[in-house]
Design a protein around this ligand. Structure first.
Ligand SMILES: *[C@@H]1O[C@H](CO)[C@@H](O)[C@H](O)[C@H]1NC(C)=O
Ligand SMILES: *[C@@H]1O[C@H](CO)[C@@H](O)[C@H](O)[C@H]1NC(C)=O
Ligand SMILES: *[C@@H]1O[C@H](CO)[C@@H](O)[C@H](O)[C@H]1NC(C)=O
Ligand SMILES: *[C@@H]1O[C@H](CO)[C@@H](O)[C@H](O)[C@H]1NC(C)=O
Length: 400
């Protein structure tokens, strides 16, 4: 569209019409066979993955459609989510087992009698649990921002979404965008939710991925078409899932003080040589809490541990979590500059992926420092910036 032919008011109208037409034509659950990946820009695989943690939740309430759409717009390679279940067995995107901290449940008088206390990973927790609400009831709630220091203007505007709706957002993206769903609190969910024919949470989870065409080992043709990493803190869930799908899996590792939720193994046990040898039969990498890679004391970084070298020696990728731009989340070493934090983790520590609350910042950092290879997810913007650089190099020699 040439702006010299069409004046600005005209082109805006045209754009709006285009948007309306697109929205109307967009199926809610596109079937994989109907999704044409052929011409879409592929996943970049030449630099560490930009994993949009709960969507762009630094800006928009976590795990909502809008947080994910924003993350895609900002350049995420993968959109990340936590899968839990409703009472009636529908898988939803939601982080906490309770609704209290990120929805308007406190103001919903009709649900006041649903408050319960359950043991969750060895701790008695009181609140409103997703597993005590049907999907219809959950859909009537509205999500809010978790942290008081973040933008509150979107509170009360967006609904909880289902796993299937999340998948539709990824499949509907204008380029190939991977998904990174977590089998969240599987012990608790299997205790509280029952599916027909004795199916488990993990069966339902993998079944949903397969229904939408997610399959294939890491870097296979099928995987590159619809990239996915399945993540979990529970080794038994990963091992069980590996019997159901060859999609790549990531073993999440918590703080050094926290034992695994299913097998009650210590941090030291699950990061031993012996255990890495065992778990690498099932997973392609680990997702450690970042302080286990580089501990911090009084908000200053200490010497890095050998976790990354150790994982790489076992041919395991490392995707640490979670990177946040705000001052209160940045160690003093980075001088309140999130780009310096990315620089350190990518250049010095050598990680393979990063879970970030601010996908846009990581994307801009990576575009500035390592534009993707044109045949590997590079786009016209990159070609244009390269031409621009060449022009700058050449211009001093031009006769004016
Ligand atoms: C949780 O509360 C129940 C009932 O009061 C109690 O029996 C149980 O020991 C508690 N569990 C933990 C881990 O504190
Ligand atoms: C809400 O968040 C606070 C602070 O992180 C936490 O201590 C509390 O357990 C959470 N409440 C519920 C019901 O999950
Ligand atoms: C995997 O499947 C096989 C064959 O169905 C079964 O014998 C085995 O117990 C399963 N393993 C796990 C961890 O579920
Ligand atoms: C988990 O392991 C610790 C340390 O070995 C032990 O003290 C604790 O009782 C175990 N918890 C469960 C639930 O088995």
């Amino acid at each position: 569209m040439s702006s010299s032919i069409m004046g600005p008011p005209c082109s805006i109208l045209f754009l709006l019409l285009l948007l309306v037409a697109r929205a109307a034509a967009r199926p809610l659950y596109p079937l994989p066979s109907k999704v044409d990946n052929g011409e879409r820009q592929p996943l970049q695989t030449s630099r560490p993955y930009n994993i949009a943690h709960r969507g762009s939740n630094g800006e928009i309430p976590e795990e909502t459609a809008f947080a994910y759409l924003r993350a895609i717009e900002e350049g995420a390679d993968f959109i990340e989510t936590d899968i839990l279940s409703s009472k009636d067995g529908v898988l939803i995107c939601f982080h906490d087992v309770t609704l209290d901290n990120t929805t308007d449940i406190a103001h919903r008088k009709e649900f006041a009698d649903r408050k319960r206390t359950y043991e969750v990973q060895g701790v008695n927790t009181t609140g409103f649990f997703t597993v005590d609400f049907t999907l219809k009831e959950l859909k009537s709630l509205r999500v809010k921002q978790r942290y008081p220091f973040r933008d509150q203007q979107y509170n009360g505007k967006f609904k909880i979404i289902t796993f299937e709706e999340f998948i539709a957002i990824a499949l509907d993206a204008p380029r190939v965008v991977g998904i990174y769903p977590e089998i969240k609190n599987p012990v608790f969910i299997n205790e509280h939710v029952k599916w027909p024919k004795g199916k488990r949470f993990e069966d339902k989870f993998v079944g949903t991925l397969k229904k939408y065409g997610y399959k294939g080992s890491y870097m296979s043709k099928d995987w590159l078409k619809q990239p996915v990493f399945i993540q979990s803190f529970a080794p038994t869930s990963l091992i069980y899932a590996s019997n159901l799908t060859d999609s790549p899996k990531i073993f999440l590792i918590d703080d050094v003080t926290i034992p695994t939720q299913d097998t009650n193994q210590s941090y030291w046990e699950i990061t031993s040589d012996k255990y890495f040898d065992f778990i690498k039969q099932y997973v392609v990498g680990i997702g450690p809490w970042k302080d286990t890679v580089v501990p911090a004391v009084h908000n200053y970084l200490q010497e890095p541990t050998d976790l990354v070298a150790h994982a790489h020696a076992h041919n395991l990728q490392v995707h640490p979590y979670t990177f946040r731009n705000e001052n209160q989340c940045l160690h003093f070493d980075f001088h309140q500059d999130p780009y310096q934090e990315y620089e350190y983790w990518i250049q010095k520590i050598g990680v393979d992926g990063i879970f970030t609350d601010f996908t846009g910042s990581l994307h801009i950092y990576q575009e500035m420092t390592t534009p993707p290879h044109p045949k590997d997810g590079g786009n016209d913007d990159h070609v244009m910036s390269l031409l621009h650089k060449i022009a700058l190099l050449v211009s001093p020699y031009e006769k004016v």
